[in-house]
Design a binder for this molecule. Sequence first.
Ligand SMILES: Nc1ncnc2c1ncn2[C@@H]1O[C@H](COP(=O)(O)OP(=O)(O)O)[C@@H](O)[C@H]1O
Ligand SMILES: [Mg+2]
Length: 226
Amino acid sequence: MVLFELTNIDKAVKNGNREEKILNDVDLTLNEGELTALTGPSGSGKSTLLTIAACLQNKTNGSISFKGKKISEKNDGSIRKLRAEKFGFVFRHAHLVPFLTVGEQLALMLDTANVKLSKEDKNNKINKILQAVDMYKHKNSYPENLSGGERQRAAIARAIIHDPELLFADEPTASLDSKRSEEVMALIKRLSQDLGITVLMVTHDMDMLEYADRRIEMKDGQITKG
Ligand SMILES: Nc1ncnc2c1ncn2[C@@H]1O[C@H](COP(=O)(O)OP(=O)(O)O)[C@@H](O)[C@H]1O
Ligand SMILES: [Mg+2]
């Protein structure tokens, strides 16, 4: 089943007096539960497409639908609510809050995503997700005391603690060595399967493609394959 659909997406930016098209008539569908990998050369528009899909930046033209309903016609408040409650994000760097422990980062996310649970249930949920990403022993650690792979696992836990339906990941393994990359990728795949999360992931790394159910290639702001 199609969960998410982008149609005829254009993105133009001003470059001096000129308008430059960085996305040109892009269509993309994400099927429920699938892990879709987006590849292509640097500068081809992958991050732009991902951030537009995730409603983190505006498109110039086109429409975006989630579960058959047009997001693009919603007002800013409803888009923010949808993004906070239904979407999760992982980037190349973990972007953890330096003065919060791992457990506190997850608690903050539950509040941001408006999750209505008792304090005890929230704590149980945090423990469960930390066990799933093998970070329970670091619940009370601060980011500065974690390795790169541990930080990224904490960032993944934070990205899914609120049970999002869609996970957007932009080169989540790019700052890791190959062993840690494999671990993080296997983790994303397992969580996507176990929790039924649909994933759109940008990656440069050919070794990561074997984890994808579907592969889409971009070049010069257009989809060329997939
Ligand atoms: N806000 C912006 N203003 C101007 N140019 C941009 C902006 N965002 C992206 N670009 C340009 O658009 C192209 C695609 O960028 P990006 O989506 O980051 O590519 P990728 O993630 O595939 O490397 C690049 O040429 C980049 O320089
Ligand atoms: Mg990019």
